[in-house]
Structures are given as C-alpha cells and as structure tokens.
Design a protein around this ligand. Structure first.
Ligand code: SAM
Length: 373
C-alpha cells in the first residue's frame, strides 16, 4: 500500500467512526431540543416562545443562604432565583455556571462526592459573580467564556456570535459530502488537498471544526468584524490549527473583488451568514439583542443580502462542481430556488434543501456547474 492510500484509509476510517458518533450526538441533541420546543440555552435566531420579552434590569443580587452550601443546593438556589426573574432555561443556566466554577463542563460529569461537598468561599463568590451576570441576561456562553461546538471547546467573547446547535448540522452535511467524495477517489489514488472558503467565521466554529477533523484540508475564513477575526485567530492558535487557516478581515458586500483575488479557486464555500429579515430583528431574545453583534444576524430586508453576494462570489471562485453549503431561514430555500430558476446566478444550480432537528428547512446546497473562463 502506498503512503497516500494508507493515509486515505486512516482518514476515512476516522471519519466513519466520527460520523457514527455524531449521529448519536445529533439524536440526543434533537431529542433535547424538541423537548424544549427548539428554544434552547443557545437561543435560536428563529422566533421562540420567550422572544421579545424585556429583560428585568431591576433586581438585587440575593445573599447566599446561611451556612455551608452543597453543589446541588446551590444549583437549586440559583435555578429558583433565575425562574423568579424569568431567565430562560433557569436550571441549565445554573448548572452550566456551577459546573464551570468547579472546573467541569457539566454537572453530570462531576463525581457524587463533589456534588455533596460544600462549596468553598471563593467558589461561592465566583458562582455569585457569574450568576449575577446571567441575571442581567448575559448569555451563559459569554458568562462562562467558552462553548462546545462539535468536538471543540471554543473561547466566547461578546459581541462575537455564539455558535448554535443547528450549525453543527451544517458542518455534518459538509463532512458527509467530503466522505462520499473521498470514497469515490480512494480507488484512483491519494486525495488531493481541498481548500474551502467560510464566509462570516465568527468565533471560528465552522472552519475550525472542519480543519480539526480533516488534516489535509485548508481554509480561508472571512469576516467583516475585527472582534470575530481576532477570536477565530485566538481559537485557531489554541487548537493548533492556524497553519492551515488564512484569515481575512473583509466586508464581502464591499470588498468582493479583493476577496476573489485573494482567495483563488476553492473547492467549496460554507456559510452561516446573517439571515434574519430586518423586520424580525426586534423579535429576537433580549440575550441576543443586548449582547450579540446585530450585524451577525441582520440579513437585510429579505434576509438575503449576504447570501446573494455569496452566490455571486461562488460563481467566480468555485472550481467546477464546487458546492455552496448555507444555513438559512426557513423561508429562504424557496426564495433561492426561485432566484436560481429565474436565471439570476447562471452556472449555479440548486441541489438540495435539508431540514434541521426541528424539521425546519434550514440548509441549502447549491453547486457550480460550469468551468470559469
Ligand atoms: C451568524 S454569524 C456566524 C458566525 C459563525 N460562522 C457561526 O456559525 O457561529 C455571521 C457572521 O458573518 C459576519 N458578517 C456579516 N456580514 C458580513 C459581511 N458583509 N462580510 C463579511 N462577514 C460578514 C458577522 O460578523 C458574523 O461573524
């Protein structure tokens, strides 16, 4: 067996195992989200039951109850306080914060002994400090300063967009596509290097999870926000992925020709762009409106401003048969199919619509079918 073939097999086996695991994870996530009516700690951008309710800013941080406080009692205490103040997902908020203070990701990962031990004075102070921020409706991801996306833990800093669980499904679509492509080339020799473009990298969730999984893939990631570019760089450095990532701070609505020049030809484009219709922006949760960058969300009158620019850029930089994977609002798949059928982006075909774990049409796959001149 040649080196290249060997490498392909290792990569493929790893991917297959990984995809098996991801089904389990997606199913668990799906079940949890459906139970919660798709309104999760990650506060979906789509309208949810608590959308638009004004934050309660008039509160006094409660004093701790007298005497030593065990972990479980502390979680219950803050769950009640959050409920009284109508903080969404009071139990999960309380659990994430207490687990973080104890150096864990989840309460479930703590040993029974840790759960029954009383918190130390400094742990109590830290819990009170973080929970007070949550009372101010700061998203729990900003409160604890990190969040998991797929198999990575990423630093989170306001106002950079917090990755949502549905975006993990977008990444899985690409992984599956690459896996099927890899199976197709395995018989004819080593897999060539793949380069992709991510538009709007935010914290780096999408591009870094793909770089992490696929050791021979290269990424170009663009974002107009300096905070986003800096956070993606910090996360890439921490994860040792910087050498395969080219970061560009650019507004694709203004600097598209510069982007086309700097990018060269790419194998695929992936994006979770701003796609909320401008008129729906004030329906979003207070957590989002107060703390996240609204430019990461507002997609213009029909939510399509950045999406349409991605299609225009895709026509210029995609290699033949290169795909565009987009996360969108549920009204967008039909709108995009209409635009494509009207010939607005000749050479780009609409391939497929995929649904998210709440069965909403949320992902569009398009493909370039002609060679560039
Ligand atoms: C919805 S967030 C997605 C962030 C990240 N990819 C994720 O899924 O967590 C959209 C990102 O696009 C960026 N963005 C918005 N308009 C842009 C534009 N015209 N050019 C480049 N980036 C843009 C925002 O700054 C934001 O980071």
């Amino acid at each position: 067996m040649h080196d290249g073939e060997d490498c392909n097999c290792v990569l493929t086996n790893g991917l297959i195992q990984y995809l098996d695991m991801r089904w389990l994870k997606v199913m668990l996530l799906r079940e949890r989200l459906i139970r919660q009516g798709c309104s999760v700690i990650t506060h979906s951008r789509l309208q949810s039951s608590g959308a638009g309710s004004a934050p309660n800013t008039s509160f006094v941080t409660p004093s701790p109850p007298p005497g030593p406080l065990q972990v479980n009692s502390c979680i219950q205490f803050w769950k009640q306080v959050f409920s009284q103040h109508k903080i969404p997902e009071p139990e999960a908020s309380s659990e994430y914060i207490v687990a973080h203070v104890l150096g864990a990701k989840t309460i479930q990962s703590l040993e029974n002994k840790q759960l029954s031990d009383p918190l130390t004075t400094s742990q109590m102070q830290y819990v009170w400090e973080l929970c007070t921020r949550r009372l101010q409706r700061v998203p729990v991801q900003y409160v604890i300063g990190e969040w998991d996306f797929r198999h990575l833990t990423l630093k989170m800093k306001p106002p950079v967009f917090i990755p949502r669980p549905e975006t993990e499904e977008l990444v899985v679509l690409v992984e599956e596509d690459l896996l099927s492509r890899e199976k197709a080339v395995i018989s004819v020799g080593p897999l060539r290097e793949i380069t992709f473009l991510e538009v709007g990298c935010g914290s780096g969730a999408i591009c870094l999870s793909l770089l992490h999984l696929l050791p021979r893939i290269n990424a170009i990631a663009v974002d107009k926000s300096a905070e986003a570019i800096n956070l993606t760089r910090e996360n890439a450095d921490r994860l040792g992925l910087s050498d395969r990532l080219n970061l560009l701070q650019m507004d694709i609505l203004l600097d598209s020709q510069q982007l086309v020049r700097e990018c060269g030809a790419v194998d695929f484009i992936i994006s979770n762009p701003p796609y909320v219709f401008s008129e729906d922006m004030n329906e979003l949760e207070p957590e989002i409106l107060q703390y996240e960058d609204l430019q990461a969300l507002d997609g213009g009158e029909h939510g399509l401003e950045v999406i349409q620019q991605i299609l225009t850029i895709g026509r210029q930089i995609l290699k033949k048969n290169g795909k565009i994977f987009l996360e969108v609002e549920p009204r967008h798949p039909a709108m995009l199919q209409m635009l494509i059928s009207q010939g607005c982006y000749s050479g780009i075909v609409y391939k497929d619509t995929k649904r998210d774990f709440c069965e909403r049409p949320r992902f569009c796959i398009l493909q370039k079918t002609f060679e560039e001149v």
